[in-house]
Design a protein around this ligand. Structure first.
Ligand code: CA
Length: 226
């Protein structure tokens, strides 16, 4: 049973999440402050930490940096709002993934399982290779025919998600949930816009695709060019 450490100062959220995650088969320890959470992470060596970034005693990103200095434990941060800058700070500080409040326990559970499946940070994940495209989730570097692609964080996440599922059609709903963290859907247009930027960086277009193929009414798939 995976042992989770949940660091959350809001008692109502803490209780509800602890209950829901326990019901979903996790062992859950909770702490209400950052420093107590850090101590628990060191003492208990949990399999994963869910860290609220808005804590009363210490800034969540600072705490994450402190934690990273002593532990490789996977961390999912919970941000209070869809604050891109704060999210990027947390990812830079070593968070493995994030959820935006308010989120459903089942959504957090899905993220927890995905992060745990990836294995420990010590295990190098192989680069995903599709034709002349190579996408390395660990270094967050993508190469096309040996040339480094200059991608934004979202473009990289989008490409990595498609590359991990190369040859299969991925729906926009799935992309919104997994790349944009909008499990309840959002505007397909958002996906379309980023797909078109990604295509441009891959040197192709929707009209003459090489790697990124739209499947009308279904979604999009990444395939090696013929
Ligand atoms: Ca909080």
């Amino acid at each position: 049973m995976p042992q989770l450490l949940l660091v959350e100062d809001d008692p109502a959220i803490r209780t509800a999440l602890s209950r829901a995650l326990t019901a979903r088969g996790h062992g859950v320890r909770t702490e209400a402050t950052g420093m107590a959470g850090l101590q628990a992470a060191v003492d208990d060596r949990p399999d994963l930490v869910v860290l609220d970034l808005g804590l009363p005693d210490v800034d969540g990103c600072v705490l994450l940096t402190m934690l990273r200095a002593v532990s490789d434990v996977p961390v999912i941060v919970a941000t209070a709002r869809d604050d891109e800058r704060e999210t990027v700070r947390a990812l830079d500080a070593g968070a493995d993934d994030y959820v935006v409040k308010p989120f459903a326990a089942e959504h957090l559970d899905a993220r927890i399982r995905a992060v745990l499946r990836r294995g420990g940070p010590g295990e190098p994940a192989a680069a995903l290779v599709v034709g002349g495209l190579s996408v390395d989730p660990r270094s967050r570097e993508a190469l096309l025919d040996g040339r480094v692609l200059d991608l934004t964080r979202l473009e990289f996440d989008l490409l990595a998600h498609l590359a991990a599922r190369a040859g299969t059609v991925v729906s926009k709903k799935e992309l919104l949930a997994d790349v944009w963290h909008q499990p309840y859907g959002g505007a397909d247009k958002t996906v379309d816009v980023h797909l078109s930027w990604l295509r441009r960086k891959l040197g192709e277009s929707a009209a003459s695709p090489r790697y990124v193929h739209s499947v009308r009414g279904v979604g999009v798939k990444l395939v090696p060019p013929p």
